[in-house]
Design a protein around this ligand. Structure first.
Ligand code: EPU
Length: 333
């Protein structure tokens, strides 16, 4: 167990914000997590993963919890699929690489998404037409009040776009310890999103490895590397508007990109932000990525408050121009 008082959070958030936590505890087993539970009954706490979807806007007056539960184990292996049970602290992209090395498919479109396995199940990470809920079978957790284990099947997780029960009714109530994913032995490529098909080298047979390489190339060309420039990936969610609002917008902006979804039409917030003139611009040390306006960046030494101010200004501008509310995907602490 790692237990640090007055801990600098710089290494624990990809935005590169140097906030201070009263205490930081990292546990490496379910047993160690149970030992921590009495400490968090009277004190505010925050469970973090890879810190790739967080913005600290002030010092954290409480306990930051982090899992170090590792391991990948095959728990079911049939002719057409394989289930793997993975510790919450494994790096998500290492898991994707592992599945491809094993000849499995299903996770390749989710290549290079930053963060850890526990957060993949809380956040329902997604990219290029696939969401992790499509792979999840079970999420194992520990109740942070009683220490009792509880296993959620995928239906009980109530997944939606970047949404789950762990971000809603059960927010901060359970810590994810292991996630079981189901991968396929027969490859069905998902190539219809955006420019994946165009980017594939058409001389080669399409394999999960080729899709992974292509997605890594697309992401690297648009998304800044947090090791070089602090950021948390998409800062905002893409809003879903009803058909009436969509028709109004399309009439005014005929070239507007959009995706039909179950409950309406999804409009890319990055496009709206760009239309407002924010792409590549900044407010002090908080900037808007010049290649993908959905991503806010730390231009060097920004405070969380500066990033938040840029976020609020952009939301207001988007509302003024489009009468559509956009909201952060990143957890603002
Ligand atoms: N667009 C612009 N200007 C911009 C950014 C985007 O016009 O500055 C337009 C693009 O031309 C395109 C559309 O908006 O027509 C969509 O852009 P893109 O394919 O880059 O995807 P996105 O909707 O902006 C979402 C996810 C990303 C994910 C990509 C690819 C959210 C909040 N973000 O972005 O996820 O990688 O799709 O699937 O849903 C993340 O969550 O951190 C993340 C990077």
């Amino acid at each position: 167990m790692i237990d640090i008082r007055h801990c600098h959070l710089l290494p624990y958030n990809t935005f590169g914000i140097d906030a201070l936590a009263d205490r930081f505890i990292e546990y490496s087993s379910e047993e160690e997590l149970r030992q921590v539970i009495p400490c968090i009954q009277q004190t505010p706490y925050l469970h973090i993963g890879g810190g790739s979807n967080l913005l600290f806007t002030s010092d954290f007056k409480g306990i930051i919890l982090h899992s170090a539960i590792k391991g990948i184990e095959v728990v079911e292996d049939t002719d057409d699929h394989c289930c793997i049970r993975v510790g919450a602290a494994e790096i998500w992209d290492d898991v994707v690489a592992y599945t491809i090395q094993q000849g499995l498919s299903g996770a390749e479109n989710l290549s290079l998404i930053p963060g850890e396995v526990g957060a993949s199940a809380v956040q329902n990470i997604g990219a290029y037409g696939v969401e992790v809920k499509d792979l999840i079978v079970l999420v194992e957790t520990i109740d942070l009040q009683t220490g009792q284990p509880r296993v959620f099947n995928v239906g009980e997780c109530r997944y939606g776009y970047r949404q789950s029960i762990f971000k809603q009714e059960l927010k901060n109530k359970y810590a994810v310890t292991y996630v079981t994913y189901r991968l396929n032995k027969t490859f069905t490529p998902h190539l219809d999103y955006g420019n994946i098909r165009r980017e594939l080298t058409n001389t080669e047979a399409v394999t999960p490895a080729l899709v992974r390489d292509t997605i890594i190339r697309i992401r690297k060309s648009k998304l800044p590397d947090p090791k070089v420039q602090g950021n948390a990936g998409s800062f905002f969610k893409n809003p879903v508007v009803d058909r009436e609002v969509f028709q109004r917008l399309l009439q005014k902006y005929p070239s507007m990109p959009y995706y039909e979804v179950e409950n309406g039409v999804k409009i890319p917030a990055g496009w709206m932000i760009e239309q407002c003139g924010w792409k590549g611009k900044n407010l002090g040390k908080a900037g808007v990525n010049p290649l993908q306006a959905l991503v806010l960046v730390n231009l060097g030494g920004a405070t969380g408050q500066e990033i938040l101010q840029l976020c609020n200004t952009i939301c207001q501008d988007v509302y003024q121009k489009f009468a559509v509310t956009i909201s952060p995907e990143v957890n603002i602490i």
